[in-house]
Design a protein. Structure first.
Length: 385
């Protein structure tokens, strides 16, 4: 590693480590996004019950969370390059196995294997983006990272659903295998990152974990709601077009608000941004709950929920890292990413259970109430930041 210099001014994307990170991460996140909504739909097409379809996502993200908590130890023992390479291979290489069977159990087995690779990618990506620039530009760097990964995957989430609904599983699998090509970018990444990024941090430490948990709880609730949308909107609106457009609106606003939230976090702080993003999410869910069969309300509700989803992502990560301190950055990233994926996994399962018992409209109303309930937490963790 050359310990590439960070910069106080100029575009963040010009930082060598940031450019190398984006090149290595884009393929991985595309693989994740294109299967996120598509595999539950494929499970239903293969005969699974609608309430159980979200189990594919839950298994994927359970493996992701378990791996995320081990990443600091793995990097300390094997090095950044080896761990990042292993993560990309684990995410992409098992994907062709989806072609062997469309049964729920098999889809879950393959997804569990891939989830371990995604766990590595998420923790190291956020850590590198945050620590490759000065502290004063952390929010901007994390926002750019989220935007750069979010925009290319906008087409991936609804596109994956469209491929499954049209019977094109082979193309879905081919695109899910793309992270294998990302291995080619790892040597450049290792050379570009500052030495401090790959410094051994050991196991997650108590103070850093405790500091990162409250903002990560806020994130968990919002990602739970997001999972309820991306998993079950295609099932609730199987005609395809409205679900595809709704997911596209959710992705566009989510990516833009993650970037915008990062810039605003550096300039005005997180005290207002995090609570406001939560309230936006509750409003979007209310729109979905009251108009699930009304095309316009589905599109507007999805877009508003996307604003919350992206805004809470970036702002809560900035807060978690600020509370944990520089020495706890990797640990904060592990806790934050584990909460993100735990919320997504739980949402895919819990919203399915609620929808089976109450209907999807009432399930979205319950989620809106949950977002309001964590508002005091958002206010407390941003105090003084």
């Amino acid at each position: 590693m050359d310990g590439g210099a960070v910069q106080e001014t100029g575009p963040v994307w010009r930082v060598p480590a940031v450019r190398a990170l984006l090149a290595a991460s884009l393929l991985g996140f595309t693989s994740y996004a294109i299967t996120l909504s598509a595999l539950p739909s494929q499970a239903v097409r293969g005969g699974a019950d609608v309430g159980a379809a979200g189990l594919v996502t839950t298994v994927f993200l359970a493996a992701t969370v378990a791996t995320q908590l081990a990443v600091p130890r793995l990097v300390a023992r094997f090095g950044l390059g080896a761990v990042f390479t292993a993560g990309l291979l684990a995410l992409g290489a098992p994907s062709p196995l989806y072609l062997l069977d469309d049964g729920l159990t098999w889809l879950c087995v393959v997804s569990g294997l891939r989830g371990t690779g995604f766990g590595v990618l998420t923790v190291l990506g956020a850590t590198i983006a945050a620590r490759a620039v000065p502290l004063s530009r952390r929010g901007e760097a994390l926002g750019l990272y989220g935007l750069a990964l979010g925009l290319p995957t906008l087409a991936a989430t609804p596109g994956g659903v469209a491929l499954v609904l049209s019977g094109q599983l082979g193309w879905l699998v081919a695109l899910a295998t793309l992270p294998v090509l990302g291995v080619l970018a790892v040597p450049a990444l290792v050379r570009a990152v500052p030495d401090t990024v790959a410094a051994a941090t050991g196991a997650p430490t108590g103070p850093a974990v405790r500091a990162a948990l409250p903002p990560s709880l806020v994130l968990l609730v919002v990602t739970l709601a997001g999972a309820g949308l991306v998993t079950f909107l295609p099932i609730a609106r199987p005609d395809g077009l409205v679900a595809t457009l709704g997911l596209l609106a959710f992705g566009v606003t989510g990516a833009l608000s993650r970037w915008g939230g990062g810039v605003l976090a550096d300039r005005v702080g997180t005290r207002v941004l995090l609570p406001a993003a939560l309230l936006l999410g509750a409003a979007g869910l209310v729109l979905l709950a009251t108009g699930l069969q009304v095309d316009a309300l589905v599109l507007v509700g999805s877009a508003v929920l996307g604003l919350s989803y992206g805004g809470v992502q970036n702002t809560s990560l900035v807060v978690a890292m600020a509370r944990a301190g520089d020495a706890g950055t990797t640990t904060a990233s592990s806790v934050w990413n584990a909460s993100f994926d735990a919320g997504t996994g739980l949402g895919a399962l819990a919203v399915g259970v609620l929808a089976a018992a109450l209907g999807l409209d009432l399930a979205y109303a319950v989620l809106a109430g949950l977002l309001v309930l964590v508002l005091p937490v958002a206010l407390r963790v941003t105090r003084g930041l």
